[in-house]
Structures are given as structure tokens and as C-alpha cells.
Design a protein around this ligand. Structure first.
Ligand SMILES: [Zn+2]
Length: 79
């Protein structure tokens, strides 16, 4: 699966990348959620570079552990 195929699995919208805030508003996708004690739930958004980087890490981790790698699920709750 190439980079574009993985990116196509996500919904993109302008936002601030959690790792690259200095880039300003760029196309981002939800890569996770955090639960601050005082603020319910907040989505974490990442730019295309970060989505690919995180997907790569997940694929490598799955290969190491023998687990299944399914791209396109970064923003979903585990389980
Ligand atoms: Zn980024």
C-alpha cells in the first residue's frame, strides 16, 4: 500500500498538526484522542507526514509482534 492509498483512508480538514504547529493551518486528519481531566475529549490532528510516520510505526510494530496491521484507523479507539 503506497502513501497516497493510506492518506485516502482519512478525512482531511484544515487544522494544526500536533507535531508541527509552526506550519500553521494545514490539511490534517485525526490521529488520536486525548482526555484532559477538565475537558472531556479532544481530538489530536496530524499532517500527512505525521500520518504516514505513525502508520509506518504501527506496521513495523505489527510485523515485530506478529499482529495484524490495518491502516486507516489511527483516530479510532482501540478495541
Ligand atoms: Zn505533522
Amino acid at each position: 500500500m503506497d502513501r497516497q492509498q493510506i492518506l485516502d483512508l482519512y478525512d482531511w480538514a484544515l487544522g494544526i498538526c500536533f507535531r508541527h504547529p509552526s506550519r500553521g493551518r494545514v490539511q490534517t486528519a485525526v490521529v488520536g484522542t486525548i482526555h484532559p481531566a477538565d475537558d472531556g475529549e479532544r481530538q489530536v490532528r496530524g499532517c500527512a507526514d505525521c500520518v504516514i510516520a505513525i502508520e509506518d510505526m504501527r506496521r513495523e510494530a505489527a510485523a515485530r509482534t506478529g499482529g495484524e496491521y490495518v491502516p486507516g484507523r489511527l483516530g479510532e479507539c482501540p478495541g
